[in-house]
Write a protein that binds this ligand. Sequence first.
Ligand code: ATP
Length: 247
Amino acid sequence: MSLLSLTDVHAHYGHSHILRGVSMGIEAGEVAALLGRNGAGKTTTVRSIAGTEPPEVRSGSIRFAGTDITEWPADDIAAGGIGVVPEGRRLFTELTVEENLELSKITRGRWNRVRRRVAGSGEPTMTIDELYDLFPRLEERKQQQSGTLSGGEQQMLSIARTLRLPDLQLLLLDEPTEGLAPQIVQTVSESIRRIADEGLTILLIEQNVREALSVADRGFVLDQGEIVYEGTADELEDEDLDEYLVV
Ligand code: ATP
């Protein structure tokens, strides 16, 4: 059984029918990539799964660790083990790096509200020290106001912050390398691989196929709200998918 499975998901924003029967399965322990051009529906897929700024899922189902979470609110999904690093980073820019990491721990009150649905300890997936081991650059800059960090450092902080959620099993990363300089892209990609090595399952949303396939085990190609191709990273490399992708 897949850790996450989407079955024939149709998602709408008002009159716009965006996802048109998306089915996909993410296996525990893998890094899967969701690829596709601008407007293909990648972010809509992330929002449908995580319940953040959700489109209306009118039919189909989303199951996580054996439970149907299609109708769950975002807080419950987060506490249940799915973390999202959204497009655009969304840090508390006035606060320092360390303050961002401290604040991101789920509060006891919020945990009490959601714990009716989820098992687990409520303790952060990673301590701040563990995150500094993963991202030494953040430790060097822990007292710096996060709004003054470089784009790559902000992206690392955004990822690190999400790892403060409790009992994470699945991390959804929405275009983590967008707008970053090539050298920083590589640093961020290496950290994603290390997070996967810690045992987290990852769904990586990317437009840049080469970058995604350097990290992912498997990929799905989304076009106009439909999965048009699914294969291993090697199969995707060999396939001519230029029509659907930015290469
Ligand atoms: P990008 O790489 O540009 O973020 P994407 O593949 O993530 O693209 P989505 O953001 O999922 O694509 O957008 C898919 C379609 O849904 C687009 O046509 C977009 O205009 C539309 N859309 C997204 N959000 C909304 C919204 N809140 N209301 C109405 N339409 C929306």
